[in-house]
Design a protein around this ligand. Structure first.
Ligand code: PMT
Length: 404
């Protein structure tokens, strides 16, 4: 049982879905977890502490001080005791307070002291869930590393139909179990990942770019972090956000900026995975003012080469460091990929082709072949980028333990 002996802080806020927290507590206890419940004043209006303490076998914490003898309830100790905190149900108000650090109840102070991963299971009416404020708070929390357990769609307490029902306790337990069973084979490793496109400015309003969304690189960053690595993610312009707290994000715009950030970071790394679609050329000069259209005349730009980041890292790579590149091809795929691996001194190259449906730029899926310097080749069917990321790490890192 993956929850056996785990210390779980269950936060309960004021929603009708609080009745499900009783079931959640019972399921967690049955799985062998120790559960400490922290409830907000509004939560107590929906479910009694007697029910919850009977199920959890521990007094329920709600006030900063115990009413009877004035004993201080230490949120700091709870933050150190817990292996995980889950707030279920998480109301719009509690999410807002968590996102903004409004520490006016014991649940929020416990959250702010928490050293362990935090999950939230939102529960509210569909309009409240969809409201821009709630969505913004969820985005903030996600950026802060909190994992969101998406609410289900169905009949709500208001009798309206829509998204906002707290996920069922059985599902929440399954998600928490999965969290604890995630591999930690990259623990202690430092990994650099490049992602997204680069933009090369032509003038103040135009640039040369490409269609990379960043999805492949972000999936790799999440996978490495979930497996215990510390990740440095250098990304070009993208609308994506991250959910894992062990990922440090460095935003850049141009190939030059990505090159400088990668060179600075790489020496401390155990491994680098270069999935960014870096512009090979940039305008020799950026016009200071917007270039005006001249009727009937063309426009010529002189482009000069950008630094090759992969080749630069290949050049300074020391023994024990693993360097993995991508090859995005449209023809003569394998020959071109092998040449790139050789020229840039990569240990592995991940080939993806724009000729494959659902592969490459923008999709949530990709189809890759992993080629190694030592001559191995593994081809995969079309998979989600999350699955592709897992296979890349399994193939490159795990086999590198043997080869290098
Ligand atoms: O971001 P997505 O929408 O999810 O799309 C994913 C992807 C298609 C961008 C990704 O899977 C991918 O193929 N990335 C590499 C794209 C690319 O630029 O390939 P390339 O064959 O031109 O470059 C070869 C390798 O050298 C790559 O690792 C690239 O990051 C690196 N490179 C290239 C040029 C340069 N100046 N510096 C580099 O480091």
């Amino acid at each position: 049982m993956s929850l056996q002996g785990k210390h779980i802080v269950l936060g309960i806020s004021g929603s009708i879905a609080a009745y499900k927290s009783a079931v959640l507590t019972r399921l967690l206890i049955k799985k062998g977890a120790e559960v400490q419940i922290v409830i907000t004043p509004a939560g107590r209006e929906f479910i009694t502490s007697v029910t919850l303490s009977a199920l959890s076998g521990k007094p329920v914490v709600s006030e900063f001080f115990a009413q009877g003898d004035g004993t201080w309830h230490s949120h700091v100790e709870l933050g150190l005791w817990a292996d995980l905190m889950v707030v279920a149900p998480a109301t719009a108000a509690t999410l807002g307070k968590m996102a903004n650090g409004i520490a006016d109840n014991m649940l929020i102070t416990t959250y702010l002291s928490m050293k362990a991963p935090v999950f939230v299971a939102p529960a509210m009416d569909l309009d409240m869930f969809q409201h821009i404020t709630t969505q913004r708070n969820l985005e903030t929390l996600q950026r802060d590393g909190v994992r969101i357990i998406d609410p289900a769609t169905g009949e709500l307490a208001s009798h309206l139909e829509g998204k906002g029902r707290m996920e069922e306790p059985e599902q929440i337990v399954a998600i928490l179990e999965q969290h604890f069973s995630e591999k930690s084979d990259l623990a202690g490793k430092r990994i650099l990942i490049t992602a997204g496109p680069t933009y090369e400015r032509i003038d103040p309003v135009r640039f040369i770019g490409n269609f990379s969304s960043g999805k492949m690189g972000f999936a790799l960053a999440e996978e490495c972090a979930a497996r215990g690595a510390e990740v440095w993610l250098i990304t070009g312009p993208t609308a994506l956000s991250l959910s894992h707290p062990a990922i440090r994000r460095i935003d850049v715009e141009s190939a030059g900026e990505m090159h400088a950030a990668a060179l600075q970071t790489f020496p401390e790394m155990d491994m680098a995975i270069l999935s960014a679609a870096v512009a090979d050329y940039r305008p020799e000069q950026m016009a200071k003012r917007k270039i005006k259209r001249t009727e009937g005349e063309g426009l010529s730009l002189t482009l000069i080469p950008n630094p090759d980041i992969a080749a630069a890292l290949g050049h300074i790579k020391r023994e024990g460091q693993l360097l993995i590149g991508f090859a995005l091809e449209t023809d003569n795929e394998e020959v071109n990929a092998l040449r790139k691996m050789e020229r840039k001194q990569l240990d592995f190259i991940i080939l993806n082709s724009l000729r494959d449906e659902g592969a490459g730029f923008g999709h949530d899926t990709n189809k890759v072949t992993i080629l190694s310097r030592s001559g191995t080749k593994r081809s995969f069917e079309l998979q989600t980028k999350k699955e592709v990321a897992r296979n890349i790490i399994d193939t490159t890192f795990s086999s590198s333990q043997i080869i290098y």
